[in-house]
Design a protein around this ligand. Structure first.
Ligand SMILES: *[C@@H]1O[C@H](CO)[C@@H](O)[C@H](O)[C@H]1NC(C)=O
Ligand SMILES: *[C@@H]1O[C@H](CO)[C@@H](O)[C@H](O)[C@H]1NC(C)=O
Ligand SMILES: *[C@@H]1O[C@H](CO)[C@@H](O)[C@H](O)[C@H]1NC(C)=O
Ligand SMILES: *[C@@H]1O[C@H](CO)[C@@H](O)[C@H](O)[C@H]1NC(C)=O
Ligand SMILES: *[C@@H]1O[C@H](CO)[C@@H](O)[C@H](O)[C@H]1NC(C)=O
Ligand SMILES: *[C@@H]1O[C@H](CO)[C@@H](O)[C@H](O)[C@H]1NC(C)=O
Length: 370
């Protein structure tokens, strides 16, 4: 098209002296090529990979003249602290966006909404403290998300709901104390998760996530060390190595709570709601998310319930066996002493009346001991 317009211009100006025409033509075609992939001033660009690199220029805002067909935009090591809402709205062809090593502390909710082709988003080493749960709702092709070295204290549930292709996620070096299993369940393609260097609190709140981690590892996912900071007894321990039995007390607490909940029931819990079954063949088929049920009842891991049942049954059986043993022992003693007495008294040829009295007394004593 550009060459066509150049030709059009050429036909209109054919009366011009040959050299001047050539010069102008050359200038025009150069200009046309530049507008095809025009590099913002002071940035570096690669025409064949459609890459714009504005890294390390001390910039505090994103240039407005980034070519709309840019596939890769690198903006590392700058001084970016805020992003105005529509700054990426013309870059729908963008596939890689790297804003690492800046000073971003908040991201507008719709900032990535037009980046439907984005596969890689790097936000490493900023100061992001909160994320909007709708931030990534239009970036369905995202494969890599790096949020490491930020100030995140929690991950809002629902933020990963629309990332079925996400392959690699880093949450390293943040301020996370706990994670919610429900948040991570939509990540059906996740292969790598980094959660190290966070002040994890390995208590009941993290128990369901531990279950998820076990399932994640089971289906081949890789996760780095999740080292506990609290409680003190578990400090420095890898949560993956903490035995599940350590969290048995949680279901007791939960049972107490759910009995309270049952006393004043809320809206009815429709368990058979048609939620798509995402965890097809996990080891815990009962742990499917059910949208309407209260969260406390949602994920009562079946293994924990079984463990409790086993403990109760074992206790009852043990008790019965113990009582039977005591009874048998008592009976044996009584029988032995009776027989001894009987033999003794047979020899003495005394009346049996005194025997039965003694027997009654002895039986009373033993039963009061038992
Ligand atoms: C990209 O194309 C423009 C315009 O043709 C040119 O000025 C620039 O040198 C090219 N850049 C590279 C890295 O090839
Ligand atoms: C531009 O990108 C192409 C394809 O990715 C690559 O082969 C080439 O080395 C790059 N050129 C420069 C100057 O970086
Ligand atoms: C996007 O492109 C339109 C039309 O080309 C332009 O008016 C608008 O300013 C651009 N927006 C940004 C944020 O560059
Ligand atoms: C992906 O990029 C192409 C241009 O390369 C664009 O036409 C298309 O609209 C983009 N897709 C989305 C979902 O934005
Ligand atoms: C994080 O970014 C700051 C400022 O851009 C830089 O000085 C620092 O070296 C970076 N830290 C890491 C670990 O990359
Ligand atoms: C039980 O309820 C109390 C207060 O209602 C709450 O603080 C606690 O975290 C709950 N425990 C569990 C395991 O849900």
């Amino acid at each position: 098209m550009l060459f066509m317009s150049a030709g059009h211009w050429w036909r209109n100006r054919f009366s011009m002296p040959w050299q001047e025409a050539c010069l102008l033509g050359c200038w025009f075609s150069l200009c046309a090529a530049e507008s095809f992939f025009a590099c913002p001033s002071s940035c570096k660009c690669n025409n064949s990979s459609l890459e714009v690199d504005c890294s390390g220029l001390g910039l505090s805002s994103i240039p407005s003249d980034i070519p709309t067909n840019t596939r890769t935009f690198l903006f590392l090591n700058n001084k970016l602290s805020t992003l105005p809402g529509p700054v990426f709205s013309n870059l729908s062809a963008l596939q890689r966006l790297d804003l690492s090593n800046n000073f971003l502390d908040q991201l507008p909710q719709n900032i990535f909404n037009d980046l439907g082709n984005l596969t890689e988003l790097q936000l490493r080493n900023n100061s992001i403290r909160t994320l909007d749960k709708d931030l990534l709702q239009r970036t369905a092709l995202l494969r890599l998300l790096d949020l490491s070295i930020n100030g995140l204290a929690q991950i809002p549930s629902g933020i990963f709901d629309d990332l079925p292709a996400l392959h690699s996620l880093s949450l390293r070096s943040n301020r996370l104390q706990s994670l919610d299993r429900v948040t991570f369940e939509p990540l059906v393609s996740l292969q790598q998760l980094q959660v190290g260097d966070n002040p994890w609190e390995c208590d009941c709140n993290l128990r369901d996530f531990k279950h998820w981690m076990e399932w994640f590892s089971y289906r081949g996912g890789k996760i780095d060390q999740l080292a506990c900071t609290l409680p003190k007894e578990l400090r420095g321990k890898d949560m993956r190595m903490v035995p599940m039995e350590m969290f048995n007390y949680c279901s007791q607490l939960e049972d107490e709570n759910s009995s309270i909940v049952l006393d004043n029931p809320g809206p009815p819990c429709t368990k058979g709601s048609p939620t798509p079954s995402k965890t097809k063949s996990g080891p815990e088929p009962e742990v499917e998310p059910s949208v309407v049920c209260p969260q406390k009842q949602r994920y009562r891991p079946v293994s924990v319930r079984r463990a409790i049942g086993t403990v109760i049954i074992a206790g009852v059986v043990c008790g019965i066996v113990c009582i039977m043993m005591v009874v048998a022992a008592a009976y044996g003693c009584i029988y032995a002493s009776l027989m001894a007495k009987y033999h003794r008294e047979l020899k003495k040829r005394q009346p049996l009346m005194s025997d039965t009295e003694g027997e009654h007394e002895e039986q009373k004593q033993i039963s009061s001991v038992a």
